[in-house]
Design a protein around this ligand. Structure first.
Ligand code: F0G
Length: 456
């Protein structure tokens, strides 16, 4: 086997700015130990997110020049609608400015007090939009998915037994829809198998509940199905993706991930009544139905991006380079969530810094240290993002304390990754020096975005 290479050549480059460790120690302190407050100029390698950070292709940029900026009935909208419908098969295709706008609209229509939305794992904005509507967001990840050290093929799968128990206990009439997130971002970028999607579909049929897919990383999920579910080894990723969508009644999508664009998203569904309500909310909050909060040129870029993301040379490089990153770290003894997922590496902060208890945010301590050492920006997915405080003031920790290094699509080369491996190994070697942290400010929703912290 030869080295897997980047399946593109670089036409346009962007310099990155070097800083010293002393400068970075001051910069992260001034940012209240929250990487969301760092200026991107002060970041050397930015793994904060793979969302909207994609390098677009020459074809996408030329599509942008060719965009038809008409308010209504734009040619670019129809190209986008065709691309989404060809992939998903859904009847109503509703553009939004990003994924959470699709979630906000969907849960405004189907959420509300007394309702429950089950998901393998809600992403934080999905959970926030469900809860903001008054409904309850329930995560039903299978047990293996909660064990970062266990290697398994489909750690994103939904626990179907728990799903059925929830429906029987709480009543199907209180569950307007069931959601599956592919890949399971908050659970480590882990894929969901086609077998699991089919099983969930059977439960949906039994209780007459619609199924929606949170499709942000559908192509990466489809590629994992091809690699890991023998039935699909000979199928094209496009066929696999189409089959995934065929079991669903609708989807939300942040095109900032597998749409390969810098902004955009959509809500798609078959239900006429829900679609009519959604389009009304869209017009009030986002824009007319043929642009939904986007410039029409953005729709061109999404249409093209949905083609490019299904290129199997691209997906092979994408999944292999994430795997390479994870393999080198594992060889150096760094504890990771395994196997590596599609879009990111997740350090296991419970094992990285076992001397820091969850209420002192071990993940955030690691995030700050790898920034200080090497200018790498990452994000905590643990007690800071998902922790809760009980009435007696006790900290309720989520099942895992992770640090996510999300890899932008087509942006960094293998030597960038090698540099990051060296830096993380260095942080791991000095792990006993890591100190716990405490919150000095938190907002009521999605607190990690704006939290202020300091060392204990
Ligand atoms: N669902 C999942 C699974 C996501 O990962 C995201 C975004 C969204 C929904 C919301 O989409 O940002 O376009 O509004 N995830 C980004 C991330 C922010 O960094 O993982 P959005």
């Amino acid at each position: 086997m030869k080295t897997t290479i980047e399946p593109f050549k670089i036409k346009s480059v962007e310099p990155i700015r070097f800083t010293t460790a002393e400068q970075r120690a001051a910069l992260i302190r001034e940012a209240y130990y929250n990487p969301f407050f760092l200026k991107s100029e002060d970041v050397l390698i930015d793994f904060l997110t793979d969302s909207g950070t994609t390098a677009m292709s020459a074809k996408q940029w030329s599509g942008i020049m060719d965009g038809d900026e008409a308010y209504a009935g734009s040619r670019s909208y129809f190209r986008f609608e065709d691309a989404v419908r060809d992939l998903t098969g859904f009847k109503h295709i509703i553009p939004t400015h990003q994924g959470r706008a699709a979630e906000k609209i969907l849960f405004s229509v189907v959420g509300g007090a007394g309702n429950i939305i089950p998901n393998n794992t809600h992403f934080d904005t999905t959970r926030a939009n469900v809860e903001y509507s008054g409904a309850e967001a329930v995560d039903l990840l299978n047990e293996i998915g909660k064990k970062p050290e266990v290697i398994a093929d489909f750690k994103g799968n939904m626990d179907v037994e728990s799903l059925e128990r929830l429906i029987q206990e709480r009543g199907a009439e209180h569950i307007p829809l069931i959601m599956i997130t592919v890949t399971n971002n908050s659970g480590g970028g882990q894929p969901v198998s086609m077998a699991n999607i089919r099983e969930v579909r059977r439960v949906c049929d039994r209780y007459n509940i619609p199924l929606f897919i949170d499709a942000c990383r559908f192509a990466e999920n489809a590629y994992f199905i091809k690699l890991r579910e023998p039935e699909f080894a000979q199928k094209s990723v496009r066929e696999i993706a189409r089959e995934m969508f065929s079991y669903a009644d609708g989807c939300t999508m942040s095109a900032k991930k597998d749409g390969m664009v810098n902004t955009g998203g959509f809500l798609a569904m078959n239900n006429d009544d829900w679609a009519a309500k959604s389009k009304n909310i869209l017009i009030i909050t986002e824009g007319f139905t043929t642009y939904g909060g986007l410039a029409r040129r953005d729709l061109e870029a999404i249409a093209q991006g949905l083609e490019e993301v299904l290129d199997e040379n691209y997906l092979n490089y994408r999944i292999r380079s994430t795997e390479y990153f994870g393999k080198k770290l594992t060889e150096a003894g760094v504890p990771l969530l395994l196997p590596t997922g599609g879009h990111a590496i997740y350090l296991d902060a419970r094992r990285f810094a076992p001397h820091i208890p969850p209420e002192q945010f071990p993940g955030q301590a690691v995030v700050c240290e790898i920034y200080r050492i090497a200018g790498i920006r990452s994000v905590e997915i643990g007690s800071l993002m998902f922790g809760k405080t009980a009435e007696n003031g006790q900290h309720i920790a989520p099942p895992m304390e992770l640090v996510r290094l999300a890899i932008p699509r087509r942006v960094y080369t293998q030597s960038h990754i090698d540099y990051c491996i060296e830096a993380i190994v260095e942080a791991y070697e000095k792990r006993n020096d890591l100190r716990g942290m405490k919150l000095i400010y938190e907002a009521p929703y999605l607190r990690h975005f704006t939290a202020h912290l300091e060392y204990v």
